[in-house]
Design a binder for this molecule. Structure first.
Ligand code: FES
Length: 285
């Protein structure tokens, strides 16, 4: 983890009030992994003190560049959206625990709701680079909010659901999952909490006979695996990236806590990626 200025190279409004920023940040790109995030401060003219947590959307080690995809949700992100190429933006990162893919996994299912796609987008690249097949299920309220397919690698199978039926299947993204759950060796999700609640309930009770679990145990697989470990995430069928407001982003302020099955969990330190079994889920609406 380092705190340095990253140079903004390119900025695009890819959806209404949603920006894609490309930064030159070789120090970040060198060590970051899919699922991690940066804590970013708007350029100095803003006068705002608090940083904003933003997922690493793509990571390109060859060019030393990263992209961040964020939605304008307040003064800080509004000012960030006004930043221009050539501006230097202070970033702390990479932060948090990344997604863990079991080496036996061939079929990767990504599930994203709205701007939550930024939380899983880098995993599409990592998975394709590792020779895996990737399907991305994406949900939005309407066609106007659907992530552009042109921003995805051609190899990704992209399936869309919209709540008003203006593009893809009518309904929620979670309605798409049953058709893919047998195909997927592992699933990775990011989006609004109700979406994650619904997914976790769908997966609960099936984990022992789905995905990597049905591929059999590896040597030493009989030993208990501590909840919260990288190994536990690697063995889980469903991993989720949780979105939460943050203060410090380094584990000190307890401003980002979610409730886990064994007590409170700091999204910035124990997450943002969790095995679904770690979280105390709420009944889906
Ligand atoms: S944001 Fe301070 S503990 Fe997580």
């Amino acid at each position: 983890m380092r705190l340095l200025d990253a140079e903004l190279v390119e900025t695009r409004e890819i959806l209404p009030a949603q920006w894609l920023h490309r930064y030159r940040a070789p120090w970040l790109a060198a060590g970051a992994r899919a699922g991690q995030f940066v804590h970013i401060r708007t350029p100095d003219y803003s006068g705002l003190v608090l940083r904003r947590p933003i997922s690493l959307n793509t990571i390109d080690r060859a060019t030393g560049e990263i992209t961040l995809h964020f939605r304008v949700a307040g003064k800080g992100t509004e000012l960030l959206g006004r930043a221009r190429p050539g501006d230097f933006v202070p970033m702390l990162g990479p932060l948090g625990r990344p997604f863990e893919v079991d080496p036996r996994t061939h079929h990767v299912l990504l599930v994203a709701g709205g701007v939550g796609i930024a939380g899983v987008r880098a995993l599409a690249d990592e998975s394709l680079d590792a020779g895996r097949r990737v399907t991305l299920l994406f949900g939005a309220a309407s066609a106007a909010e659907v992530y552009p397919s042109s921003l995805l690698p051609d190899e990704v199978e992209y399936v869309v659901a919209t709540e008003d039926g203006t593009l893809g299947q009518t309904g929620r993204v979670t309605d798409l999952v049953p058709a893919y759950e047998a195909w997927a060796d592992q699933a990775f999700a990011c989006g609004p909490r109700p979406m994650l609640d619904a997914l976790a309930h769908l997966a609960a009770g099936r984990l022992g006979r789905m995905g990597v679990a049905r591929l059999g145990r590896k040597r030493g697989g009989g030993r208990p695996i501590p909840l919260g470990s990288a190994q536990a995430r690697r063995r889980s069928w469903l991993q989720v990236s949780m979105e939460q407001h943050m203060g410090c982003a380094v584990g000190a302020c307890l401003g980002c806590v979610v409730w886990g099955v064994d007590g409170p969990l700091r999204v910035c330190r124990e997450g943002p990626v969790f095995a679904a079994e770690e979280i105390a889920w709420e009944e889906p609406a």
